[in-house]
Write a protein that binds this ligand. Structure first.
Ligand SMILES: [Zn+2]
Length: 109
């Protein structure tokens, strides 16, 4: 019997990022951008008061930021994309974040 997926899949082209990288990707108003995204998620439960909780942030190969967490109302997995593609010079910033990330992960191994 197929089991309902309860954990997020993190794809090979996604790297986990933290507050510093979010600030670089989203600019000075990054906290507002995250806050708006967290309170504007799609979920089938349809609860108007829901928000994204327990989330991690990722950068994908399209230079979008993805927040992966759970719906506060029904506790199933939910995700929210924040597009950054239209920002000037965002590809250079994203490349730098990726390079630093690779350096870090190669140190660990
Ligand atoms: Zn829900």
């Amino acid at each position: 019997m197929p089991k309902k997926r309860t954990e997020h899949i993190v794809y090979d082209d996604e790297i986990e990022i933290g507050p510093l990288q979010l600030q670089l990707m989203l600019g000075a108003a990054w906290k507002e951008a995250i806050d708006a995204a967290v309170h504007n998620i799609f979920c089938r439960c349809g609860n108007p008061d829901k928000h994204l909780m327990d989330y991690n942030s990722y950068l994908n190969n399209l230079n979008d930021v993805i927040l992966k967490g759970r719906c506060s109302s029904c506790m199933t997995i939910a995700a929210r994309y924040i597009e950054t593609g239209e920002r000037n010079g965002i590809d250079k910033i994203a490349d730098k974040i990726r390079r630093l990330y690779k350096k870090q992960s190669s140190k660990k191994g």
